[in-house]
Write a protein that binds this ligand. Structure first.
Ligand SMILES: *Cc1c(COP(=O)(O)O)cnc(C)c1O
Length: 388
C-alpha cells in the first residue's frame, strides 16, 4: 500500500517503551524477572483484581483459565458466536463443547435471557466477551453465573480500561483474560494476562504457564527452589522480560492512549451520526467503553455482498476496513464440528452481515478521520445508485 494509507489499526509506542525494553536487554535478565511482576501488578490493579499472571498470548490465557477451572471433555461452556475465534477455540483445546448463545442486537454481547435458557446440568462455565470493548450487561451475566453456581470466565481481551457502573472490565468473572496483541488498546507485541482474586486459581495458572512447576517455590528470586520438579502437565506460556517491559511502558501511558481513542470515536460519532445508511454503536448508561475497534453497522437494506464490496472499495483507496466478526459457528472448522447443522442464531447472523470496522487507533488525525468518512460516504452513495 502507499505510504499515505490509513491502516485499520496501529500500535502506540513511544521512546518510554523503547527505553524500558533497551534497559532489559542491557540487564542480562530476559525471562522470569522483575518486569513481569511489575506488569502483572499494573494490569491487576487496573482490572480491580488481586492477582495478574502474565502469559504469552490472550489465547494461552483462555486455555489456562479453562484448565485451571478443571473444565474438560463432556463439559459444556456457554459462549458467544460473535467474537474472535480464539474465544471458542479455547473451549475446544480442553475437549469441552462450546454452546453458542445469540447476542443482544444493541450491545452485541451475549443475550442474558438466552444464557439462562442454555444452562444444562453439564454447563461448567460461561465464557463471555465484552465485544469491541463494551461491558454492557456484564453485571447481569455475572449474576446469572452466580445464581447457577457456575464460574464466569471473562474474555476481556477487547476491554482493558473500560468499566460498567464503576466496576472495571476484568473484575466480573472468577477469572479474566486480557490480550496485548498489536491491535489491542495496549500491546506487548504478543502477550496476555490472566486476572483473578482467587489465590488457588492464580497458583495453578502460574504453574501451568511454567511447565507445571510447583508455583510457590519458583520465582525469579528463588529460581533453584523446585526448578526441575513438575507437579502437573504444564506448558510454556510464559511472557519474556522484553515483552513485559513494553507492557509496563504501555500501562504507564494507558490513560493517554485511551483518551486518544476516545477522541477518535467522538469524531466518528459527530461526523456519522446523521447518516441514515449507518447504525452507530450504542453505549448504554453507566458504561465506560474501552474502544477496541470502531465498528458501525450498515442499515438493514444492505446485503452482505454490498458490505464486502464496500470493504474492498475502501481498501482500494488505501483505507483499512474489515468485517468484524464473521460468526464463529459459520467458520469452516465449526461447521465441520457441528456436522453442517450449526445452530440458528438469528441476531448474530443478521448483524454480522452488515458490520464494518473502520480505521481506529489513538494517533488517527482529524484529517485522516475526515478522509475515511468522505471516502465511505462516496462509496455508500455509489452503492445506493447501483440499486436503482
Ligand atoms: C484478541 C482476542 C483474543 C486472542 O488474543 P491473542 O493475544 O491474539 O491470543 C481472544 N479473544 C478476543 C475476544 C480477542 O479480541
Amino acid at each position: 500500500m502507499a505510504s499515505d494509507e490509513i491502516p485499520l489499526s496501529r500500535p502506540d509506542v513511544t521512546e518510554l517503551e523503547i527505553e524500558l525494553v533497551a534497559a532489559v536487554l542491557r540487564s542480562g535478565r530476559l525471562a522470569l524477572g522483575p518486569m513481569q511482576e511489575r506488569f502483572e501488578q499494573l494490569v491487576a490493579d487496573r482490572a480491580g483484581c488481586e492477582y495478574g499472571i502474565a502469559v504469552s498470548s490472550g489465547t494461552a490465557g483462555l486455555h489456562m483459565a479453562l484448565l485451571a477451572l478443571g473444565i474438560g471433555p463432556g463439559d459444556e461452556v456457554i459462549t458467544t458466536p460473535f467474537s474472535f475465534i480464539a474465544t471458542a477455540n479455547a473451549i475446544l483445546y480442553v475437549g469441552a463443547t462450546p454452546v453458542f448463545v445469540d447476542i443482544d442486537r444493541v450491545s452485541l454481547n451475549m443475550d442474558p435471557h438466552k444464557i439462562e435458557q442454555a444452562v444444562t446440568p453439564r454447563t461448567k462455565a460461561i465464557l463471555a466477551v465484552e465485544a469491541f470493548g463494551n461491558p454492557a450487561q456484564m453485571d447481569t451475566i455475572a449474576a446469572i453465573a452466580g445464581k447457577h453456581e457456575i464460574p464466569l470466565i471473562e474474555d476481556c481481551c477487547e476491554g482493558l480500561g473500560g468499566s460498567l457502573k464503576g466496576r472495571p472490565i476484568g473484575s466480573f468473572g472468577r477469572v479474566g483474560v486480557f490480550s496485548f496483541y498489536p491491535n489491542k488498546q495496549i500491546t506487548t507485541g504478543e502477550g496476555g494476562m490472566i486476572v483473578t482474586d482467587d489465590d488457588r486459581l492464580a497458583d495453578i495458572c502460574r504453574s501451568l504457564r511454567n511447565q507445571g512447576r510447583g508455583a510457590k517455590d519458583v520465582s525469579w528470586r528463588n529460581p533453584t527452589g523446585a526448578w526441575l520438579e513438575h507437579v502437573r502437565l504444564g506448558y510454556n506460556y510464559r511472557m519474556s522480560e522484553i515483552h513485559a517491559a513494553l507492557g509496563v511502558g504501555q500501562m504507564r501511558r494507558l490513560d493517554v492512549i485511551l483518551e486518544g481513542r476516545e477522541r477518535v470515536a467522538r469524531r466518528y460519532f459527530e461526523r456519522l451520526i446523521g447518516n441514515s445508511d449507518i447504525i452507530m454503536p450504542t453505549i448504554s448508561p453507566y458504561t465506560r467503553m474501552s474502544w477496541f475497534v470502531f465498528v458501525v453497522r450498515l442499515a438493514s437494506d444492505f446485503t452482505a455482498q454490498e458490505r464486502d464490496r464496500i470493504i474492498a472499495d475502501m481498501r482500494r483507496h488505501d483505507i483499512g476496513a474489515a468485517n468484524y466478526f464473521p460468526p464463529i459457528h459459520h467458520q469452516p472448522l465449526y461447521r465441520e464440528l457441528l456436522c453442517d447443522a450449526p445452530p440458528h442464531l438469528p441476531v448474530c447472523e443478521s448483524v454480522s452481515q452488515r458490520t464494518l470496522a473502520l480505521p481506529f487507533h489513538s494517533q488517527l488525525t482529524d484529517r485522516e478521520i475526515d478522509l475515511v468518512i468522505q471516502t465511505l460516504e462516496v462509496i455508500l452513495r455509489r452503492e445506493g445508485l447501483r440499486r436503482m
